[in-house]
Design a protein around this ligand. Structure first.
Ligand code: 5AD
Length: 431
């Protein structure tokens, strides 16, 4: 099973191409290949990541064809709206209706949804979010793999278990050869088309090393690269884009600047968001978000974060629960309820019908059932962990992380089984 469907190039305008997938047309940017109309490509995250041989593409398409339409049918069936719950206020339904018709909802309206404690309303909210996801984005679900290649970190983020003050943590860094081996398996053995390279923030892993790694990955493997390596020099991010990394996963953590400063003694919200502006200007695809349930954060602040992320023009949202780490300054606080985070993700889908919404590992770590619940409540992206088993336990940002003891093959099997059962295609067709 592969994580992208080959598309046929229909038209080319400069570096923007139109790709056909069984009659559906999408756009993708081509920075890497010499393409002609009629060629077959894999696109991921809105970029062409591989040009493929026509015969091979036709074979793969043949094997996909039946499944492609079958999955769509299942999704349409499961995302139908039945607003048959008796105990729902009219004003609540009016907000939902606005979102269903693609109209924007206000801060106040979003807050009304998030603050509802009424089970019937919450059920309607989740179902409507799923309906909106299907209506605006169809049934594709990104399945990316994350490689956590170093837990060296000079930051003192108050929530994070790899913060530099945690002297109990065994620190590690994979070298380029070790990372390439993981990428090799991810792409050639398991079929990943998108990977995230993530690390703590430390100059001990030099920017030159990361640039070299990106070049080697792009030279050898047709894969879309997300960088998640924190605050580094502008020059690095410009070179990394040219070297072939086209997306960043970079959370702003909270849009409340006072809270931000309390939690990050080494930095400010202005500095943080300055990076996101820079990434946009360079042309990166942006995945960003914040922590839900931080001490000192209320529901208004969560909605502020969603609005902030939407205004940034995020392509993908990464909002997940805060989970207290025993060796962090916030160790005495508690994680939010999974139900609250699920409700928040559904509200986010109503705020932005078009963005990809990730089901975070942190949410799955509170309760593994949440992957399916979130996908049935507006989310459409998941991440599997590719970090080698000798190291994954030391990437200890919060305790009891989901999937750390599950092999990559088993994570894939679980994900595919779930996606199939709810009619989602494990692909990213582009924009
Ligand atoms: N709980 C949940 N998420 C956390 N992160 C760091 N520490 C925690 C925690 N205790 C998240 C941050 C960071 C990402 C890599 O991990 O939001 O951006």
């Amino acid at each position: 099973m592969c994580y992208a469907i080959p598309g046929n190039v229909k038209s080319i305008t400069g570096n923007l191409i139109t790709v056909d997938y069984f009659g559906e047309e999408r756009k993708a940017r081509n920075d890497f290949y010499d393409l002609r109309v009629g060629d077959y490509v894999y696109a991921q995250g809105g970029f062409v990541v591989e040009k493929i041989d026509e015969k091979l593409a036709e074979e793969i398409l043949d094997s996909w064809k039946e499944m492609f339409f079958e999955l769509k049918k299942t999704d349409v069936r499961l995302s139908k709206l039945h607003n048959d719950k008796p105990n729902v206020e009219k004003s609540f339904l009016r907000i939902i209706d606005r979102a269903i018709y693609g109209k924007s909802i206000s801060h106040e309206e979003a807050l009304r949804l998030l603050l509802s404690e009424n089970p019937d309303e919450i059920d309607v909210l989740h179902k409507s979010a799923n309906f909106i996801r299907q209506k605006f984005l169809d049934n594709s679900c990104c399945v990316h793999g994350i490689i956590e290649f170093s837990n060296m970190c000079d930051c003192q983020c108050a929530y994070c278990g790899i913060n530099s003050d945690n002297s109990a943590l065994k620190r590690f860094s994979l070298n380029t050869g070790e990372i390439l081996k993981v990428v090799e398996d991810a792409v050639n053995r398991f079929g990943f088309k998108g990977i995230v390279l993530q690390s703590g923030e430390s100059p001990s892993y030099s920017s030159e090393n990361i640039l070299d790694l990106i070049k080697k990955i792009r030279e050898n493997y047709p894969v879309f690269i997300f960088l998640s390596v924190g605050e580094r020099e502008e020059e690095f991010y410009r070179k990394a884009f040219d070297a072939g990394a086209k997306a960043v996963l970079f959370r702003f953590e909270t849009s409340d600047s006072d809270l931000y400063s309390k939690l990050h003694p080494h930095s400010s919200l202005n500095e943080r968001t300055g990076y996101l502006e820079l990434f946009k200007e360079i042309g990166y695809i942006i995945a960003s978000g914040s922590l839900i349930g931080l001490p000192g954060q209320n529901a208004e602040s969560v909605i502020n974060d969603f609005m902030f992320a939407k205004n940034l023009g995020c392509d993908m949202y990464s909002f997940g629960p805060f989970i207290p780490h025993p060796n962090s300054p916030l160790s005495r606080h508690s994680a939010p309820d999974a139900e609250y985070v699920l409700k928040a993700l559904s509200v986010l889908r109503l705020i932005d019908p078009y963005g990809k919404i990730l089901v975070t590992t942190a949410l799955e770590s509170i309760n593994p059932k949440t992957r399916q619940q979130a996908l049935m409540g507006g989310a459409n992206s998941i991440m599997l962990n590719l970090t080698p088993k000798d190291y994954v336990g030391s990437y200890d940002i919060y305790p009891n992380r989901a999937a750390v003891d599950v092999s990559v093959a088993d994570q894939i099997a679980d994900a595919l089984q779930l996606l199939k059962s709810i009619g989602r295609a494990p692909t990213d067709l582009g924009i």
